[in-house]
Design a protein around this ligand. Structure first.
Ligand code: TZD
Ligand code: CA
Length: 528
């Protein structure tokens, strides 16, 4: 007899969700019963790490990732990570075990009261099926919801007595369903875009994470070259959409209203692709656009299009639209912008290493297609300047700034991309929010190189405290952490490196091996 359990595993199998990121409790055991051999269970020791790993896996694979959490407490622990998954358009199918249906009302232990309400507003869809027979269909719906543009997390609460129930008639139709989207602009819309771009005197390209998410990086390059446009990365970058040593590359825009207008002052048309307009952070009021400048926005997210305070938007598939634009744009004789000069080496004083030096060594030694998962907030500018990224899918940073992404996501990215080396560059503050992912890396032998930049402080908050003129805030330093001891405690080989040479040696050794390694590097604090 087909059960809700077997029908649901069929759906997961056919839809390619055979990796389960989870942390189990009693409500989830009936789901895990008879766990099929062609599935793998990746155990995380805290739900923040579980969702962070799944997030990295979904972003790097471009496919929905399956998560199984424990009731309300497990969901709550995972919700910080959902802030990032929401803004990075990460297709997470999150399930949580519920008490048996007859004991939810009396609020027995582990009853998730009002379960569907709990993860809102950080999911696209949240649901508890009205009866056991509807669980397989709801699971299918969850997968297709998560995977449709704009992709994002969804949540399903499933009472544990549902799994053993018989599956309803017709359930076999669910597993092979395909839901496709057509996202090409209409001919007139495309013509209008082309006309406005061709008429611009000095257009500029601003690229966001969904360019990388749709693997359109090469199309962005063609577009920039076709129109002789400089290319910036949209502020608060969570992915790398453009090769960073291409002559057109200009860097990441500042995350402030006035700062963006200053950087783009000479332009008369800004074309934003695959990013919100804009992900501001520090409040620096000013004009949204430089004087006399217009903005065009291509996005896969109707919410992004609607909430922008300026410009005209077109909602569509990023890859299809860019490809159509590249084909339709006429040749243009505007010269290519000159390449930026390479960054000069920084002076070391013999004390703590500067993060710039650490990045120079990484740039020298890491494979050309290395993937960087970054969560060290004071070193973002230096990293983008100094570490070359060429390939799509080379950079991941928490899209909502919710710390606890970096360390787990590095593990998830490495699981999704075993053929490329993943280097996690994590601050000594950030590392603590997702630290238990070290255990998962050790147990499953996932060979991430974790580089912990230890400056003893929440560096970015020190900078922010200056901006906000708060000179006396408590709680900004994190002294007394020994990440080598912590790493070893979780089963990860760990070394400390205090000099350029020692760091180069440690990194080379880590890259030569095939096991997870943690390198702790005491560093100076620099400004983001
Ligand atoms: N808690 C969570 C979950 N997310 C956050 N973003 C913060 C707190 C606040 N926060 C920041 O926005 S940056 C930062 C904190 C605590 C400092 C991170 O310190 P770090 O990196 O050591 O990882 P730097 O390079 O020293 O800034
Ligand atoms: Ca720090």
């Amino acid at each position: 007899m087909k059960t809700v359990h077997s029908a649901s595993y069929d759906i997961l199998r056919q839809q390619g969700l055979t990796t389960v990121f989870g942390n189990p409790g009693s409500n989830e055991l009936p789901f895990l019963k008879g766990f099929p051999e062609d599935f793998r269970y990746i155990l995380g020791l805290h739900e923040g790490a579980v969702v962070g790993m799944a997030d990295g896996f979904a972003l790097a694979s471009g496919q929905p990732a399956f998560v199984n959490l424990h009731a309300a407490a497990g969901t709550g622990n995972g919700m910080g990570a959902l802030t990032n998954a929401w803004y990075s358009h990460s297709p997470l199918v999150i399930t949580a075990g519920q008490q048996v249906r007859s004991m939810i009302g009396v609020e027995a232990m582990l009853a998730n009261v009002d379960a569907a309400q709990l993860p809102k507003p950080l999911v696209k869809w949240s649901h508890e099926p009205a009866c056991a027979e509807d669980v397989p269909r709801a699971l299918s719906q969850a997968i297709h919801m998560a995977n449709q543009a704009p992709k994002g997390p969804v949540y399903l609460s499933i009472p544990y007595d549902d799994w053993a129930r018989p599956a309803p008639a017709g359930v076999e139709h669910l597993a092979r369903r395909q839901v496709a989207t057509a996202g090409l602009p209409a001919a007139a819309q495309l013509r209008h875009l082309v006309q406005r771009l061709a008429a611009a005197r000095n257009p500029v390209l601003v690229l966001g994470p969904d360019v990388d998410g749709s693997q359109s990086n090469h199309l962005a390059v063609q577009l920039a070259e076709r129109l002789g446009m400089p290319a910036w990365v949209a502020p608060s970058a969570s992915r790398c959409p453009f090769p960073t040593r291409h002559p057109s590359f200009r860097g990441v825009l500042p995350a402030a209203i006035a700062g963006i207008s200053r950087c783009l002052a000479e332009h008369d048309l800004i074309l934003v692709v695959g990013a919100p307009v804009f992900r501001y952070h520090q409040f620096a009021p000013g004009d949204y656009l430089p004087e006399g400048c217009e903005l065009l926005h291509i996005t896969c997210d109707p919410g992004e299009a609607a909430r922008s305070p300026m410009g005209d938007a077109l909602v569509g598939d990023i890859a299809e639209t860019l490809q159509a634009l590249v084909w339709a744009l006429p040749e243009c004789d505007r010269p290519q912008p000159p390449a930026l000069p390479a960054p000069a080496p920084v002076e070391e004083t013999g004390g703590l290493l500067r993060p710039e030096t650490v990045f120079d060594v990484i740039n020298e030694l890491a494979p050309k297609d290395a993937i960087y998962v970054k969560e060290s907030t004071s070193t973002v500018g230096a990293f983008w300047q100094r570490v070359e990224m060429r390939e799509p899918g080379s950079y991941y940073f928490p899209a909502a700034g919710g710390l606890g992404f970096g360390l787990p996501a590095a593990v998830g990215v490495q699981l999704a991309r075993p053929e490329r080396r993943v280097i996690g560059i994590i601050g000594d503050g950030s590392a603590n929010y997702g630290i238990t992912a070290l255990w998962t890396a050790a147990q499953y032998q996932i060979p991430v190189v974790f580089i912990i930049l230890k400056n003893g402080t929440y560096g970015a908050l020190r900078w922010f405290a200056d901006v906000l003129q708060v000179s006396d805030a408590p709680g900004l330093d994190v002294p007394g952490l020994d990440f080598c001891a912590i790493g070893r405690g979780y089963g990860v080989h760990a070394v400390q490196a205090n000099t350029r040479e020692a760091f180069a040696e440690a990194l080379s050794a880590a890259l030569a091996g095939q096991r997870p390694v943690l390198i702790e590097v005491p560093t100076l604090t620099i400004e983001p």
